[in-house]
Design a protein around this ligand. Sequence first.
Ligand code: UD1
Ligand code: CA
Length: 475
Amino acid sequence: MSAARVVVVLAAGMGTRMKSALPKVLHPMLGRSLLGHVLNASRAVRADHTVVVVGKAGGDRVTEHVTGIAPQASIALQPVMRGTGDAARVALNSLPDVEGTVVVLGADTPLLRPETVEQLAAEHEASGRAATVLTARVADPAGFGRIVRDRSGDVVGIVEHRDADPEQLRIDEINSGIYAFTIGPLRSALSRLTTDNDQGEEYLTDTLELLMADGHGIGAFVAADAAETLGCNDRAQFAGLRSLLRDRINTELMRAGVTMDDPASTWVDVTAVIEPDVTLRPGVQVEGATRIASGAVIGPDSTLVDTVVGENATVTRAHCVEAEVGPSASVGPYAYLRPAAVLLEGAKVGTFVEVKKSTVGEGAKVPHLTYAGDATIGAGANIGAGTIFANYDGVAKHPTDIGEAVFVGSNSVLVAPVAIGDGAYVAAGSAVAEDVPPGALGVARGRQHNSDGWVERRRAGTKSADAAKRAGSSD
Ligand code: UD1
Ligand code: CA
């Protein structure tokens, strides 16, 4: 049998202290779930098998999530939460009879780096040991299992916080809950675990002493950056880790040439791609599959979700979802781009403008107070303030087609389906329900009638009537 590499992620717990209907490991943090971060880090070991252990509570949702983000992984159901040792056994029993290395991880350490998981596995394999535990020295070890070493510094076991004596409680080297084991010896040790501890659970950590008693070597790999081993149990700790991850992402981006006016208020998902010479002003969120090209300036106070921004574009105080902002286009201040809003090169979507499923042509302008939905706006067109594209008749959505260099006067309603031909004008205040041919002026509003002297006759004694009189209105 050739030596395989296996990854086992223990994720059967709900994470009760999160006080959430959503299993803890599915909570999203800057572009991935907690579980997604761990699965991503563990990809570095190029495992032949990856197994995620799920429990009864929330297990269906975790399974569905894993199927979506890591289809190569398999799921093992742990019917009763009997402890981490039982969970590891459930995982190994779900596999064919492999030999080699298994890396076991919890699912709540989002700062874990791929390099660290690979180094743990490689060092374990080079050492010939049966177990290598990833440890860290931390300022506050409370709650964690402690690494017990003998006088010569060799690891002799792990004691859980609640089972530790006062002297052991002073140990500041903690068990990260991440290990590399040699599969054969681990299987054997797992079959002999007891529940002789404060929680009455089968502890994976107890396999270390069993392995030693079997004559195998055990050891530790101390993480250079303790933050990588930090897990989170409640939402306060979650927020703390999220900030640390933000700092790590932002530092990498700034070193790669991205300007950030205020890194502390700049939140970029791990999945986003930002080119050098982009400027992110304060209060910006860059989420999902967003891509921002060189020279673009985003913010202040803008959110981009799955949005593509071209070179030298500007997005100011805007919320953009599944939109495309072309090169040198400008958005905002105060704009909402909804899915399939596409701005071609140099287009402008200005203040208090909402655009959905519409293309704004090259150099076209929608500067103020407009709703555009299901529209095609030609190159160089100008859509006046307060124009509403009435795309919905209460049952179905209809398209509006605006030609090149069209000028739509302010406060017009374009009742779809309707087309305005190239170079046509629409008079301000029109309700356009019929097509306007190319080059025509469409006027669709009531004619104005002035009733001379009306104010002095019907509003006598008012300030208006006095002013009218001074202006000689009844002459
Ligand atoms: C565990 C370690 C502890 C370490 C800490 C690091 C043991 C006995 N202790 O403690 O030394 O410092 O992690 O965070 O392993 N799980 C299952 N099935 C179970 C029990 C747990 O899948 O029956 C999963 C949990 O969902 C979680 C992980 O295993 O993802 C760790 O379990 P948890 O109960 O949180 O262990 P800790 O008490 O934190
Ligand atoms: Ca834990």
